[in-house]
Write a protein that binds this ligand. Structure first.
Ligand SMILES: [Mg+2]
Length: 359
């Protein structure tokens, strides 16, 4: 069915893309969050002219066209914008089939296991341990991730010793039956990452995410070769060729593509398949309470090489209020699991979203 209309609706942080085909059916997608005035402009100026009139069912071809036809601009913003179109097309395809996207991808799972991801590096180690213990009891979480370090590649911390303190305290508080992961967002050089990694090995940390700046994959590869705990990463990496090199060099053993940063579900699934071929796990990066959650649950549910847990943020109330009540039904964690939606994505409530443009 021919693509007739591409519309964007946004707040400063969120941009919903609606694609309508000639028969009037619409799909809802989302671009990567933040600076959405820029991303919307790219959707309408650079991508919509390439996509309008194409067959909405040709999602792979449309994904490639968005990237290949703009190759002189290949980068984060093109991929952020392309993700809005790609995810809307997946929603549209699911609507047309009367299924959820996960089902469309062959999944029969009704729920998936999630780990609680703390984004807060300002919380005291004691409060962090307390809230994670409470979440274990109230919501059945069996795995958590802490964010550690500060800045990129400078070996800094929120205060000297915080990382050692918070990881040790939370590990002890959660007990040995639960999983604990750490994410430094590229805070360290190789020596410091290995030094901390030795402590993480002793504390039975399940994976060390982004030990070094993501653009220095050789350094992450060295850390991965040296430590016995798995290295995870990839949430910023949008280039599929770079993903090939990352996987070939074993700079990580758990691939975490971000559906909205990489250019959509189509491209994130390609990374998952590359990882699968190399015998590596995949679990999509899923850090916000935006529609990224919904797309990530659909993708994760359909992976053959899914890591045992999918990320879910535990910080909605005070760290990303811009996503509050963004869509219904809200994703809820019960017994450490979230339901895999049986419906298409398109129930975004779009509160306060201003129309940005139509082409
Ligand atoms: Mg991360």
């Amino acid at each position: 069915m021919r693509i007739d209309k591409i519309e964007t609706y946004s707040t400063p942080h969120l941009c919903v893309v609606r694609i309508t085909t000639e028969d009037g059916l619409s799909g809802i997608g989302q671009t990567a969050p933040d600076f959405t005035d820029i991303t919307c402009r790219i959707v309408h100026r650079q991508l919509a002219p390439l996509v309008l009139g194409m067959d909405a069912g040709q999602i792979e071809e449309i994904s490639d066209r968005c990237i290949e036809s703009t190759y002189k601009f290949y980068g984060s913003y093109i991929c952020r914008a392309a993700a809005g179109i790609d995810t809307a097309l997946w929603d549209l395809k699911a609507k047309r089939a009367g299924k959820g996207v996960a089902q469309l991808l062959g999944s029969t799972a009704s729920s998936v296991d999630v780990y609680g991801s703390s984004m807060d590096k300002t919380i005291t180690p004691k409060l962090e341990a307390d809230r994670m213990k409470a979440l274990m009891q109230d919501k059945g979480f069996r795995a958590f991730k802490l964010h550690i370090g500060k800045g990129i590649g400078k070996n800094l911390d929120m205060y000297p010793g915080r990382t050692e303190e918070v990881v040790s305290l939370v590990r002890q508080a959660l007990g040995s039956d639960s999983e604990l992961y750490v994410d430094s967002k590229g805070a360290y050089d190789v020596n410091r990452a290995i030094e901390l990694g030795r402590l993480f090995e002793q504390l039975d940390i399940g994976f060390f995410e982004e030990p070094c700046p993501f653009w220095q994959m050789e350094k992450s590869a060295e850390v991965a070769r040296t430590l016995s705990i798995p290295v995870a990463g990839g949430e910023q990496d949008f280039c599929l060729a770079q993903w090939g090199r990352i996987i070939e060099q074993r700079a990580l053993s758990i691939a975490q593509p971000d559906i909205l940063s990489i250019g959509g579900l189509t491209r994130a699934l390609r990374v998952a398949r590359m990882a699968e071929k190399a015998g590596l796990y995949c679990t999509p990066h899923n850090s916000t309470h935006s529609l990224l959650q919904v797309f990530s649950i659909h993708m994760y549910a359909a992976l053959a090489n899914a890591y045992p847990f999918l990320e879910i943020s535990i910080d909605q109330e005070y760290l990303d209020p811009w996503t509050k009540n963004f869509f219904y039904p809200a994703v809820e964690v019960k017994d450490g699991k979230v339901k895999v939606p049986r419906e298409p994505v398109g129930s975004a409530s779009q509160p306060g979203l201003a129309r940005q443009g139509t082409l």
